[in-house]
Design a protein around this ligand. Structure first.
Ligand code: GLU
Length: 415
């Protein structure tokens, strides 16, 4: 049976890295489950006068390196094990980029498309009311994730500040720039995906210039990954979205596509000069780069067989099942794992938090330059471990990260 439970996938990855590191058994025992997690049920007054109750979670995986950090997603498929897995990946991710954070994650089981703006705001505020005792600038710092954005972070920050009775902008990141957000945060995850893809290409003796790129998912991460890859010379030939897959072998203009999507009710269907292709055709397209930027388990044993690219950089969290990952490794495809490839988002969240705590704000250029340097350095460190131990970039990323966490847990006297 293929491992589709993301918590099991995360635990397998940690156990494998711990074995390779010959780490004390306590390290795996501590890291295999979150330190804390809660499930809450949030009542929301609906516009029609009724009340809907939404189940939500917050998982606080490990705070050895610093306060818990990680996004909150709004999605009908969210469940407790998924949130736990995502919080585990945040612990590993923060350590890879050297951030002073542990991992956390939250989620609400809801399809936000079914809510009015007012209902969405009441749900966002309800989440803060339900979890307030666990949140704080030095305790747990949420951020955007799937289907959450700067406006939702603004409502949540406002609710938190009202409830605690003082300003505390650093309690959420990914806020609007006008309200304590950092410049460059919205594009940050996509920029990091493009930078690490470029670094991988260099190692393979490839150039992104003229490379054919496939993008799965055109939300915040996918659209910015496409735009940034395009600005490094990549040619986006196909984009797979929930309602359509568009294809143009001579390249799709992603700036125009973003405008089109905004003007077209959030859909890329019917974008001029493209043809529509099927899922099977998409996964089998020949290209240099594939960027899965949607959800978990997008690449399974089934479609992994068809994939015909040199590099896969995971913009999404957990888009490849462990079994498909092993198959891609055998096929010689270089995978830049999520915990490295998409770490640009939390890196700029960290910059935002620093700016909030100092009350002193940076320019676009400063943020982009610092993020790019952090991603290039993290890639180089992980690549070095992969070469030294003859392991995949994913295993290397876990090893590099867990070694640091284990060292700090030891210093703190946790084992
Ligand atoms: N949700 C993003 C992630 O999975 C960002 C988290 C953050 O900025 O704290 O990395």
């Amino acid at each position: 049976m293929e491992t589709l439970n993301p918590l099991q996938a995360a635990q397998l990855q940690i156990r494998d890295a711990c074995e390779k590191l010959k780490a004390d058994t306590a390290v795996y025992e501590i890291l295999k489950n979150p330190q804390k997690s809660i499930e809450v049920n949030i009542p929301v007054k609906m516009d029609n006068g009724g009340v809907n109750v939404y189940t939500a979670w917050r998982s606080m995986h490990n705070d050895a390196l610093g306060p818990y950090k990680g996004g909150i997603r709004f999605h009908p498929g969210v469940h407790g094990d998924e949130v736990k897995a995502l919080s585990t990946w945040m612990t590993i991710k923060c350590s890879i980029v050297g951030l002073p954070y542990g991992g956390g994650k939250g989620g609400i089981c809801v399809d936000p498309k079914t809510l009015s703006l007012g209902e969405l705001e009441r749900l966002a505020r309800g989440y803060v009311q339900a979890t307030i005792k666990l949140l704080g600038e030095k305790i747990d710092i949420p951020a955007p994730d799937v289907n959450t954005n700067a406006q939702i972070m603004a409502w949540m920050t406002d609710e938190y500040c009202k409830l605690v009775g003082h300003s505390a902008l650093g309690v959420f990141t990914g806020k609007p720039v006008e309200f304590g957000g950092s410049r460059g945060r919205t594009a940050a995850t996509g920029l990091g995906v493009a930078v690490t893809t470029n670094e991988m290409a260099k190692q393979l003796g490839l150039s992104l210039r003229g490379s054919r790129v496939l993008v799965q998912g055109f939300g915040n991460v996918g659209s910015h990954a496409a735009l940034c890859t395009e600005s490094l010379g990549g040619k986006i030939i196909s984009i797979c979205e929930w309602d359509t897959i568009i294809y143009n072998p001579t390249g799709i203009d992603c700036h125009k596509l973003v405008e089109y999507k905004n003007a077209n009710g959030g859909s890329i269907k019917g974008f001029p000069d493209t043809t529509e292709i099927t899922q099977d055709e998409f996964w089998a397209l020949e290209a240099e780069v594939l960027l899965p930027c949607a959800m978990e388990n997008a690449i399974t044993n089934e479609n992994a067989k068809k994939i015909n690219v040199r590099i896969i950089a995971e913009g999404a969290n957990g888009p490849i099942t462990p079994e498909a990952d092993a198959l891609l490794y055998k096929k010689g495809i270089a995978v830049v794992p999520d915990i490295l490839a998409n770490a640009g988002g939390v890196t700029v969240s960290y910059f935002e938090w620093c700016q909030n705590l100092y009350g002193y704000y940076w320019s676009d250029a400063e943020v982009a330059e610092k993020e790019t340097r952090a991603m290039v350095d993290a890639f180089a460190a992980v690549y070095k471990v992969s070469q030294k131990h003859g392991v995949s970039m994913r295993t290397a990323a876990y090893m590099y990260s867990i070694e640091r966490i284990a060292q700090v847990m030891k210093l703190r006297g946790w084992y």
